[in-house]
Design a binder for this molecule. Structure first.
Ligand code: MG
Length: 390
């Protein structure tokens, strides 16, 4: 299928930070996707928490299976819209590479620890991100600096368009920091209020569609959510009632899966229709012009409201469920303890993180902890404190 005129094209890439010759058999976006898949950070995602801790059950989503589902949804929508599937896939697979162990609890704990020690040591001029810990910033840091796979450069040296998509959000301080090193680069849009490529916009939305759906599945599977509770969510109830009408004797998993399947399909069709309409009325003429326009990839107004209501439901009933909060409390303690211990005794960090000159100890410790899988963090915590929190 031919690409839409607004799609990103590998031959028009703004390129890599370090120029490299083209690969003989793959375009630049395909090559980026392959570099992500072969990275160490990508393999670690299999042992990192999405919502449920890795050891709580073998069938819950991990960051890896989540990322694969995002890529599947993103590619599927990209194909229908004529956007670049390879770029959407590369961004989707890389979007969570910077996540700490233990999901958002780990990230919040690491961020708080870094802020609490902000006066311990200061980086040399310009050497590292500002402030505390931001997971989008860290995902970019993984592909730009932390992966050690090539003889002559740090990181994976990905294309501008892939890096732009990975940096989904960014604080103003970090946008200014990136801009000072890379003028007009991947952070400029946060300062100029511009949009990223349509492929980046799509990967971002596919993330939301994926986690809303799979968190319902995992929530019910774990017993923390019930179908009765979910009936209070308009979006879900519509499909649940539809399935019950079509299959009156259906219950259990098949009822749940079929309801989720219909919800996913409708959301995909909604994004395709709403985006086609937005593109038509925007008057945007080419891929560069997309960046001057407001975000074009999105739900219809009605679906946006329903998806947001589902997110609020999951926040209230799943992510803040007492049982989830109890495990995240212990996870937070592990990250907080590890940070404090490594800061006092850096020699305890067995695998040496990339030794970039000018990097503060705080940042080296944060990089080290952020790279850990859940179980490595648990093991390290037990080794260093004698405690067994899990
Ligand atoms: Mg995600």
């Amino acid at each position: 299928m031919s690409l839409h005129r607004l799609a990103s094209r590998p031959e028009a890439t703004r390129g890599r930070r370090i120029p490299e010759p083209l690969a003989p058999t793959r375009n630049d976006f395909q090559r980026d996707r392959d570099r992500v898949i072969h990275s160490t950070a990508f393999r670690r995602l299999v042992y990192k928490t999405q919502v449920f801790l890795n050891h709580e059950g073998d069938l819950f989503r991990t960051r890896l299976t989540h990322s694969l589902e995002v890529a599947q949804l993103g590619r599927s929508i990209a194909r229908s819209l004529g956007l670049n599937e390879d770029l959407v896939e590369a961004i989707s697979l890389a979007h969570d590479l910077g996540h700490t162990p233990f999901g958002h609890a780990g990230q919040d704990a690491l961020n708080a620890s870094m802020h609490a020690t902000s006066t311990v040591d200061q980086p040399d001029e310009g050497g590292e991100p500002r402030g505390g810990f931001e997971h989008n910033m860290q995902s970019l840091r993984v592909v730009d600096e932390l992966e050690e796979r090539y003889p002559s450069f740090n990181g994976l040296n990905l294309c501008f368009e892939t890096r732009e998509g990975i940096l989904k959000h960014c604080s103003r301080a970090n946008a200014e920091w990136i801009e000072s090193r890379e003028p007009g680069g991947v952070a400029a849009r946060f300062l100029n209020h511009q949009s990223p490529s349509l492929e980046a916009q799509l990967a971002n939305l596919a993330d939301e569609i994926a986690y809303n759906a799979h968190d319902i599945d995992d929530g019910v599977r774990s017993g923390l959510l019930t179908l009765e509770q979910l009936e209070s969510v308009d979006l879900f109830r519509r499909y649940l009632v539809g399935v019950q009408n079509d299959h009156p004797s259906l219950g259990g998993r098949r009822l749940l899966f079929e309801s989720i399947r219909r919800m996913l399909s409708e959301q995909v069709y909604d994004v395709i229709a709403a985006t086609e309409l937005a593109v038509r009325v925007s008057g945007v003429v080419d891929a560069d012009d997309v960046r001057q326009s407001p975000v074009l990839v999105g739900f219809s107004t009605a679906m946006r409201a329903e998806s947001s209501a589902l997110k609020r439901f999951l926040m209230l009933n799943l992510y803040r469920h007492p049982q989830v909060m109890e495990t995240t409390g212990r996870a937070r303690q592990i990250v907080t303890d590890l940070y404090r211990i490594y800061l006092e005794a850096p020699q305890e960090m067995s695998l040496s993180p990339v030794s970039t000159p000018g990097l503060s100890l705080r940042r080296r410790v944060a990089d080290y902890i952020a790279g850990m899988t859940d179980r490595f963090a648990i093991r390290e915590h037990t080794r260093l404190t004698g405690l067994s929190l899990f």
